[in-house]
Design a protein around this ligand. Structure first.
Ligand SMILES: *Cc1c(COP(=O)(O)O)cnc(C)c1O
Length: 458
């Protein structure tokens, strides 16, 4: 039946029956959905025969690139041997054990236990529930409040969306009680006249002020992405995380690093916590853990937390049917082996530098490029109406949308967050592909400038 379904049919059927995540359906149906048919390396193919450079690695996840037969074989082998069994009833399976062991090996010092789930949202949800169980067990049940940040993204479950700082998500579906949000360490957008270093301290001290206001005896945890991805690749000044470490420690607040994007090499270190020197009590992992080939996530517990949870908490009333799924875990193990064998983590650091240098050169004369920033292979380009004053365009998000559409039409996928173009290509991207990405970005941002010229300060 599927053989003779062509792209047009799929578009119609999609419009008729498929309800999409994060989509304005009226707008989608007016334009027609794009059907992705196959992929290899850093390239996607669509049903119209276009070849597109995926500078987003899917949704930040396809670290090892598309078309990796090793991952396919690892899945097939495990599916044949044991496709599924749960890890609830005093049972385990080899891939889950070996992956937990491997994660303990590569995670920062003291992170020795992994709890498995299927998505980043579930990992965040699990970490937040664990934080509350932890404080309850220690006889401090009133420590319940979770502090997150504006523009933070921690997934789409109700707890994850509440911890995140995406106002549209809160507005539409409501957020839970006992969540608060502070200023993000977004120097370009919020730093005013401060230097980035000053602003890093200033932004971290917003946490201290918020804890004081709420009372440390009421606060369970602070959650933050090492680099805020979906919020616009917000890279904190280097003064920020050391100050947050200090504040959490002094106030006896758990620190949760949401490594769903930064984990597995994106920053040029295995974890964002390694890059910034974050001292987390828990880390949430997903996306790059399997390069997106199968759904999987994990919460890593520091010994401090694990000892309380194991020795004193009794039964942990939490878990998922697919926690420790053997096939997902087998694929994750093979994926981490690829990252290590091909030295993709160190490679991300070097390639990121090359990419940013080339972007800086190619975009130097474009008046709407306000800042190019990045760490490893995650980065952003700020589009601005006035470079000197870091002034944004009217109707934030409009110019970003124009640029994203030019990118798509030219054959490169970058995402627009407000008027910030963000990118995170597969870690396997090679020199020629970096050149191609830079050329296509230059062309697309050039066309964007032509389209909005009249609004740009001269
Ligand atoms: C994507 C993301 C999540 C949510 O992951 P899902 O797998 O979509 O549930 C959580 N945190 C961060 C930092 C993310 O980027």
């Amino acid at each position: 039946m599927l053989d003779n379904i062509d792209a047009v049919n799929l578009q119609d059927l999609d419009a008729a029956h498929h309800f999409h995540p994060f989509t304005d359906h009226k707008d989608l149906h007016a334009r027609g959905v794009r059907v992705i048919t196959s992929a290899e390396g850093v390239f996607l193919h669509d049903a119209k025969g276009n070849k597109i450079l995926d500078a987003m690695a899917g949704l930040w996840c396809v670290a090892a690139g598309y078309g990796r037969s090793e991952l396919v074989e690892a899945a097939a082998k495990q599916m044949t041997k044991l496709p599924y069994y749960n890890t609830f009833f005093k049972t385990t399976n080899e891939p889950a054990v070996m992956l937990a062991t491997k994660l303990a090996q590569i995670a920062p010092e003291g992170m020795n236990h992994a709890f498995f789930a299927c998505s980043g949202s579930e990992a965040v949800d699990s970490a937040l529930r664990t934080a509350r169980v932890y404080w309850q067990t220690l006889g401090k049940p009133q420590k319940k409040i979770i502090i997150g940040r504006e523009y933070g993204y921690h997934g789409s479950t109700t707890l994850g969306a509440s911890a995140g700082g995406m106002v549209d998500m809160h507005r539409q579906a409501g957020d839970m009680p006992n969540f608060r949000h502070i200023l993000p360490p977004y120097w370009y957008g919020k730093g005013g006249q401060m230097s980035p270093e000053e602003f890093g301290i200033y932004a971290a001290r917003q946490l201290e002020a918020k804890i004081k206001e709420l009372g440390a005896e009421n606060v369970a945890a602070f959650i933050g992405e090492p680099i805020q991805g979906a919020g616009g690749v917000i890279i904190p000044p280097e003064t920020y995380w050391p100050e947050v470490n200090r504040i959490c420690k002094e106030n006896d607040i758990l620190l949760i690093a949401d490594e769903v994007i930064c984990g597995f090499g994106r920053t040029g270190k295995m974890f964002g916590s390694d890059y910034f020197g974050i001292k987390p009590d828990m880390m949430t992992l997903a996306k790059g853990i399997t390069s997106g080939y199968l759904p999987l996530s994990a919460v890593m517990l520091h010994d401090r937390v694990a000892e309380v949870m194991i020795n004193d908490a009794g039964e942990y009333y939490h878990g998922f049917t697919y926690s420790g799924h053997p096939v997902s875990c087998a694929v994750a193990l093979k994926n981490i082996e690829i990252l290590e064998n091909e030295k993709l983590v160190a490679g991300a650091a070097a390639k990121g530098e090359t990419l940013r240098a080339k972007l800086a050169e190619a975009l130097a004369d474009n008046p709407i490029v306000g800042e190019i920033r990045g760490v490893g292979l995650i980065g952003a380009i700020e589009l601005t109406a006035d470079k000197r004053t870091r002034k944004f365009f009217e109707k934030n998000g409009r110019v970003g949308g124009i640029c994203r559409d030019f990118c798509f039409a030219n054959g490169v996928i970058m995402r627009a967050v407000r008027d910030t173009m963000v990118f995170s290509p597969p870690l396997t991207i090679n020199d020629d592909e970096i050149d191609m990405m830079v050329e296509l970005a230059k062309k697309s941002i050039g066309q964007t400038y032509d389209a909005v010229k009249s609004e740009v300060a001269s």
